[in-house]
Write a protein that binds this ligand. Sequence first.
Ligand code: DP6
Length: 376
Amino acid sequence: KIYRASTTAPVNIAVIKYWGKRDPSLNLPTNSSLSVTLSQSDLRTHTTASCSSTFEGPDTLLLNNAPQSLSTARSLACLKSLRALRSKLEDAESSLPKLSTYPLRLVSVNNFPTAAGLASSAAGFAALVRAIADLYELQQSPTELSLIARQGSGSACRSLLGGYVAWDHGTRDDGLDSRARLVAPKSHWSDMKALILVVSAAKKGVSSTTGMQTTVQTSSLFQTRTKEVVPKEMAEMEKAIKSKDFATFAKVTMRESNSFHATCLDTDPPIFYLNDVSRAAIKAVEELNEKAGRTIAAYTFDAGPNAVIYYLEADEDAVLKTFLPILRQKEGWGKMDTKIDGPGPASPQVVEVLEAGVSRVILTSVGEGPISVPEH
Ligand code: DP6
């Protein structure tokens, strides 16, 4: 008999960034972070986990049809924790099949390019943990499972939940209080949208794991950021989300992205994730907010040049109009421009840089947490 469970898990994009570890082996962060979970119709990892007493050899993982190593410390930590929970169930109930002793076969597929720097490790580890937890029929809550996903990749812990999700840094050495917490479900503020300018599908220069370690060791700005800046921004952001105050949400989001990238620049050797195309995206958002006379869009950048622009559905026309030349060129939006109202496209210099450097535009929105797919 083969036992099987399938799950899809979403990507999340932080508005308060995780950058720095107080314990690299447990992935315990130096500061709390907060993200928006994105819709799985556009960006998600689908993972099927199966196991059987008839399988032989070690556990295996296929990602987009390519074999991946499961012998990294991070993957081993996730598998070990999940097996331990299953084994507890088996000890308590002797009639249960001993799934914890069977080799695992994991098959994952992303519906977006893995190397585009679109938080694939977050969706990947969230899907892996959720799928195996379902396979093992574990009763742990998403927050409890987030402790396991965190060990795979820090940001993955936030992808166990939908909507608006905080990851509290915690203070315990064993990390048991460093986990994801729901700030508000998707339904609380469901008109949050995101436009993603995929700037480069090439793999990023400095991985986030390596980059944040160097920052912790060398940046003096980092100290102020973790101790003083982020705690204040976290409090303000949670308040903005609870009261659906977009202007504050947007201002904190942009300030936070800039603080994070300033800290990267303050690292020795300096880390540059933003490029000319990213800076053109920042300019486009600034022009848009200025022309609109209020803050209707917010940019944020992770460890790469892709721009994620948050806005509310009611302002979609204005945002689309700003990026229309790029949507027309990259996504074939030719005939739609007459129907869209708004202050108009970004300035010609900005459009020129975006047209040359953006490879794809993804329109998405706030979404739900992992979805377990029933087996037939
Ligand atoms: C800039 O979660 O990829 O996207 O824990 O080493 O796997 P590891 O790092 P990772 O770092 C993400 C950094 C970020 C900010 C964020 O998502 O909060």
